[in-house]
Design a protein around this ligand. Structure first.
Ligand code: CTP
Length: 437
């Protein structure tokens, strides 16, 4: 009871009103249908670790789809259902999502004429999960709202700051969990338990990745690269020899780590200033990791990981282009601000950040940073129709003039629209482009 009160307190203190209300409503609706309702997994873990909560995962002892339909109707939500798996996603009008899964009730016939026993299947559902810290559940039915369920020592491991599997075949059954163990250990600053660490080593020794699809490995790698600082995780991966899963010739040398560190610094700088400008963060780390590999090895890594065509372009062709351009810039002593602009404007954020991490010359680094912060958003006010009004004939000449206007603007010569029009007119006059009527 004391424990229950404690969790209820945590639920009330740490959750915002909307989530609290939502959990209560879920409990009520499920209760009316005769189901036991639980919020489980990452939600409970993150709640206890006082971390930001992203997803709500609900497990229903009963029919999850029936629950989702009833709840969605009451709350005015949409749902997607997956009959085969007994799962559903409830989607609020503002796109907030709740995942629902069914843990079916299991009936056990007892000997003789005794009644059929219902076995709490939430336990079976939780037993299938990867690590103890992901096996917590909180009851949501009104009678026991806030009761925490901990069958596998999750609370102990959260206190010990340790990642542990629930059973010995966990990594053999699902080798992607090796990457997940490293991701969680890095994210929470937890150690990987000794037995668990040995299970990882054994699974790697018996070549557990042999039959694993490349895409699943890629997805886990991306998740690690999306973490705030993936470098300790990359080191842990290396300590298990996991880079060899990508390619037998892939070796991470001190230079690679230096580059990864400078990627980390640049991305922290960027993400602080441009929080709402998304870009594939994972790709910058991945590019850095591949920086020292030959084209052939990179290609083979992409093939091993089934990297989709567009992303292959990022890691191979476009990355090489960015490296080549940077070499050109670094080896030329006469690169002007304008030339830099016209070179960099062709590269998306991820390549600019990669170049900034790679560049050795501090002045060039500043210039690239200046391009990113001040210049890339500069656009001329004038449009084609302004040039038409000047009496110019449409054609390639339009973009030539607009480019000149932009150059003058980058130089700080032009401030207003009027100045731009005057400049365009003078330029056209000078270059004999004006058609007098
Ligand atoms: N899970 C698992 N084995 C996997 C992937 C997931 O057992 N290979 C289980 C985990 O126990 C997890 C649940 O499925 O609690 C949901 O997975 P996911 O959403 O990836 O986990 P989260 O813990 O929410 O992780 P994150 O915070 O990174 O979203």
């Amino acid at each position: 009871n004391a424990k229950k009160r404690q969790i209820e307190n945590i639920l009330y203190q740490r959750l915002d009103n909307r989530i609290k209300q939502l959990l209560q409503n879920i409990g009520k609706t499920g209760n009316e249908l005769g189901f036991n309702m639980f919020v489980v997994g990452g939600f409970v873990r993150d709640l206890l670790l006082s971390r930001q909560i992203d997803d709500i995962d609900i497990v229903v002892e009963g029919d999850g789809i029936e629950f989702a339909k009833t709840y969605a109707k009451k709350e005015g939500c949409r749902i997607n259902t997956y009959k085969k798996f007994g799962t559903a996603v409830i989607i609020y009008p503002d796109n907030f999502k709740i995942d629902v899964a069914s843990a079916r009730l299991e009936y056990y016939k007892t000997p003789a004429a005794l009644p059929i026993v219902e076995k709490s299947s939430i336990k079976l559902d939780l037993a299938r999960r990867d690590f103890t810290i992901n096996t917590l559940a909180i009851s949501l039915n009104p009678d026991n709202f806030g009761t925490m369920i901990d069958y596998f020592g999750a609370n102990r491991d959260l206190k010990d700051k340790t990642i542990r599997t629930i059973h010995n075949l966990s990594f053999v059954e699902d080798p992607t969990r090796i990457f997940r163990a490293i991701k969680f250990s890095n994210r929470f600053g937890f150690k990987i338990g000794k037995v668990t660490s040995n299970l990882i080593k054994n699974a790697i020794t018996i070549d557990c990745f042999k039959n694993l699809s490349g895409l699943r490995v890629l997805s886990e790698l991306k998740q690690i690269f999306e973490e705030e600082n993936p470098i300790p995780a990359i080191k842990t991966m290396e300590s298990y020899g996991l880079e060899k899963v990508l390619h037998k010739d892939l070796t991470l040398i001190p230079n690679t780590y230096q580059l990864l560190e400078s990627v980390n610094k640049i991305l922290s700088w960027h993400d602080l200033l441009y929080m709402d400008e998304p870009y594939p963060r994972w790709a910058v780390y991945f590019m850095a990791m591949l920086n020292r590999c030959s084209y052939k090895v990179c290609e083979q890594i992409c093939t091993r990981l089934n990297v989709p065509l567009r992303e292959r372009g990022i890691l191979l062709e476009k990355r090489y282009k960015a490296e080549k351009q940077l070499n050109l810039i670094e080896s030329s002593s006469t690169y002007t601000k304008q030339e830099l602009y016209w070179t960099l404007i062709n590269f998306k954020t991820e390549y600019i950040l990669y170049m900034m991490a790679l560049v050795k010359d501090e002045e060039i680094k500043k210039a690239i940073s200046n391009f990113y912060t001040h210049q890339r958003g500069i656009k001329p006010y004038i449009k084609g129709r302004d040039l038409l009004k000047l009496g110019l004939q449409p054609g390639p000449v339009f973009s030539a003039i607009i480019k000149q206007v932009l150059n003058a603007k980058l130089d700080g010569q032009l401030k207003t629209r009027k100045e731009e029009i005057q400049f365009a007119a003078a330029y056209a006059e000078k270059t004999n482009l004006l058609i007098k009527s």
